[in-house]
Design a protein around this ligand. Structure first.
Ligand code: 3H9
Length: 691
């Protein structure tokens, strides 16, 4: 027997227990364990029924993602599932933690399922660019119906145990903490009552009800077209559920297999699987080991109640951590507080939190007009506007106010953390905590490490990110840190290109079709042209538009004209402003470009900047750069981020193209030495710094 499986027999009930930390992923050792343990119990005449249960923190969390793309090893997940479903003795799955993906599929092959009340179940494969490939698309609709299955499998959402019981995914809930005992009792009852071997595959009524109903699928596709754009898996999932409705079970399984194989070999899924591990890798820092002591953060101070400060405060309130919010003027403080309340009220209206939650969170918030109110805070985050003298003044004051050992953080987007830290006598306790707007929504948190930042302070920042549901990426100090610096060339090159002939809509369309939610000019119009680049002293197209009263969507139009419903149309006025600017600066016209060429001109410089960020040691690894782009700028996950994407394009191709741009456009395009080196060596950007 493999060492992950334990077999015991109690009063005629065989118990097959699997314990394979950390999450009982169904890798080869686990599959062998189930196979051998199961066969042993099946052959034991004293055993009347079998309980399948897991040790550790969770039931099976799915197939072992690291095995995809490697040669298959026997027994496969399908073999193990079949063994259980075909068993002559009843098999009961006993679920705790999360039964996910292949884990839930395995449970759906059992004849009964019981779970702890805190358990959750789900088919999250879609997030990996996959579909449930062990019968999940065929069995779940048979239990929960077609519409719910479409929603659950294309979203990957987890269902809590109560809902799973109500919808028929589970047969019973156990007492919390008594899963094993209650599962055995349940199984004994199955034997005593001589209950049938319930096989999900035999249940037909919920899928039969939809046979011939093509409308339900057409409607679902239509209403989700925006959310699914660019992703391959949702469409294949829908096709599988159509097969579950229209085809006999075995034919449906065959269809599921074909559509699964199509996905598992796709670049999109490879990118999404890479993103899964990349996100978990960011917290690993070579010189700050996992056992580095951290400082307890039980109270937080936020300076600045503007959009950023308010959003930052909400993260902590959501996690139950009290926040003192400081502003200089009462009105600004009141405004900040009311925005936070309004945000919570609107979340409550959507049913995502209760009114009691709103009050609880607001109750954790203490407004103040004096920095002295921060004297007991474990962490203070400064979120005032970007001015080095003001930030230094605040940090000098904090130095005299904050208790010893408190973390002093700046949310600066660009400024030098070391210089800010130099205003204090405790630079080892100073760090950057850079949130992305909207700060209560975007998942990226850049943890900026200054020259003197203490390791325990870094470890605390990284851990804190997890507490508030963020993904931390560690950055060294440079102008713009990782994400903003990385993405800056996209805007720069868009502004340069629009002066050479391609229109704002051609450029925006190329970027939208690449997979971003909108292009740079649409974004500028949305945010407000008077807001972006307002510090610039040079003449710019934006400045010329603002001078004409064109501030964007909010007033007068911007790069586009807008009707009363904010629908955009190309703007002849903006076109003239652009043409005048180009003429005044004698900018050479380039003519019409393909979308591919536009993407190359805007995004290859981003790849190049990523390489520079890596060679300067600003980011620890290529995958951290990708996580920053995906979580801070919504870079489409199915491309894997700029570093992974560049690898799929071919680094040699990118270097050649950058050289051609350099010849024509100057040294801003010169390929980074690291990029040139990796291309020459046939190595990958996404693997820089990987273990
Ligand atoms: C599938 O099932 C396909 C089938 O339909 C069909 C096949 C034919 N494999 O997230 P954490 C690692 S596809 C390998 O930090 P948490 C993870 O990398 C699968 N490794 O913990 C990390 O490693 P490290 C469908 C896995 O408590 C460690 O475990 N299932 C897997 O925050 C801890 O993970 C999914 O998509 C895996 N399946 O969250 C579920 N899962 O410590 C994916 C985790 O070295 N997993 N690891 O960094 C999750 O959503 C979360 O891990 C879970 C725990 C909620 C379970």
């Amino acid at each position: 027997m493999t060492n992950v499986a334990t077999v015991t027999v109690e009063n005629g009930i065989g118990i097959l227990s699997i314990d394979s930390p950390p999450v009982n992923a169904l890798g080869i050792a686990v599959r062998r364990g189930i196979d051998e343990g199961f066969k042993q119990l099946a052959a034991d005449n004293a055993v009347k029924a079998i309980v399948l249960i897991c040790g550790g923190r969770t039931f099976f969390a799915g197939a072992d993602i690291t095995e995809f793309g490697k040669p298959p090893q026997s027994p496969g997940l399908h073999d193990v599932c079949k063994l259980i479903e075909d068993s002559a003795k009843p098999v009961v799955a006993a679920i705790h933690g999360t039964a996910l993906g292949g884990g839930l599929e395995l449970a759906l092959n059992c004849h009964y399922r019981v779970a702890a009340p805190s358990a959750k179940v789900g088919l999250p494969e879609v997030a990996l660019g996959l579909l449930p490939g062990a019968g999940g698309t065929q069995r779940l609709p048979r239990l929960v119906g077609v519409e719910r299955a479409l929603d659950l499998i294309t979203s990957g959402r987890q269902m809590n145990a109560k809902d799973a019981l109500e919808t028929g995914v589970l047969d019973a809930l156990t007492e919390e903490g008594q899963l094993r005992r209650d599962a055995i009792a349940f199984t004994q009852q199955v034997v005593v009552d001589n209950k049938p071997l319930k096989r999900v595959r035999d249940r037909d009524e919920k899928v039969a009800a939809y046979r011939g109903n093509t409308q339900v699928f057409a409607d679902f596709r239509k209403s989700n077209a925006r959310a699914f754009r660019g992703y391959k898996a949702p469409e294949n999932i829908i096709k599988c559920i159509e097969a579950a409705v229209e085809l006999p079970f075995d034919a449906g399984m065959k269809r599921e297999r074909e559509l699964f194989l199509e996905l598992v070999t796709s670049t999109e899924s490879a990118a999404q699987r890479y993103a899964f591990f990349a996100e978990r890798e960011t917290a690993k820092i070579p010189d700050v080991p996992a056992d580095t002591p951290t400082l307890p953060i039980k109270s937080v101070g936020v300076i600045g109640a503007g959009t950023m400060g308010g959003g930052i405060a909400m993260n902590f309130l959501n996690a139950g951590i009290p926040v003192t919010l400081v502003e200089v003027r009462q009105e600004a403080l009141d405004r900040g507080l009311s925005v936070i309340r309004r945000n919570y009220e609107s979340t409550a209206k959507k049913g995502r939190i209760t009114q009691a939650d709103v009050e609880k969170r607001m109750g954790l918030l203490t407004p103040a007009l004096d920095l002295a109110a921060l004297k007991d805070a474990d962490l203070i985050i400064e979120a005032v506007f970007e001015s080095m003298p003001i930030k230094k003044e605040i940090f000098a004051k904090l130095d005299g106010i904050a208790k010893p050992g408190a973390l002093l953080a700046s949310n600066t987007s660009y400024l030098n953390i070391d210089e800010i830290a130099s205003a204090t006598t405790r630079p080892e306790h100073v760090l950057g905590l850079h949130f992305f707007s909207p700060a209560n929504v975007m998942r990226l948190l850049e943890v900026v490490r200054g020259e003197k930042t203490d390791r325990s302070v870094i470890a605390t920042g990284m851990k804190l990110a997890k507490t508030i549901g963020k993904v931390p990426v560690l950055s060294r100090v440079c102008h713009g840190f990782i994400a903003n610096r990385l993405m800056n060339p996209r805007g720069r090159e868009a502004n340069a290109l629009v002066l050479r002939g391609p229109t704002p809509q051609q450029i925006d369309t190329a970027i939208y079709n690449y997979g971003f939610a909108m292009g740079p000019f649409q974004m500028g119009d949305l945010v407000g042209l008077d807001v972006i680049g307002r510090d610039s002293t040079e003449r710019t197209v934006r400045g010329d538009l603002v001078a004409l009263g064109r501030l964007g969507q909010k007033q007068g139009g911007g790069f586009y004209d807008y009707d009363e419903n904010r629908n955009a149309t190309p703007s002849p006025v903006a076109a003239q402003v652009i043409a005048d600017f180009a003429r005044d600066h004698q900018i050479q016209q380039i003519g019409v470009l393909s979308e591919e060429e536009i993407v190359a001109r805007l995004l290859y410089p981003v790849v190049n900047e990523g390489a520079k960020i890596l060679e300067e040691g600003i980011a620890l690894r290529g995958s951290d750069v990708d996580v920053a782009a995906m979580m801070g700028y919504n870079w489409p996950v199915y491309t894997g981020g700029p570093m992974f994407w560049a690898d799929t394009v071919g680094l040699d191709k990118i270097v050649a193209k950058l050289r051609a741009f350099e010849a024509e456009g100057g040294e801003a395009f010169a390929p980074a030495p690291l990029l040139v080196k990796l291309a020459a060596e046939g190595k990958r950007l996404s693997q820089v710094g990987a273990k």
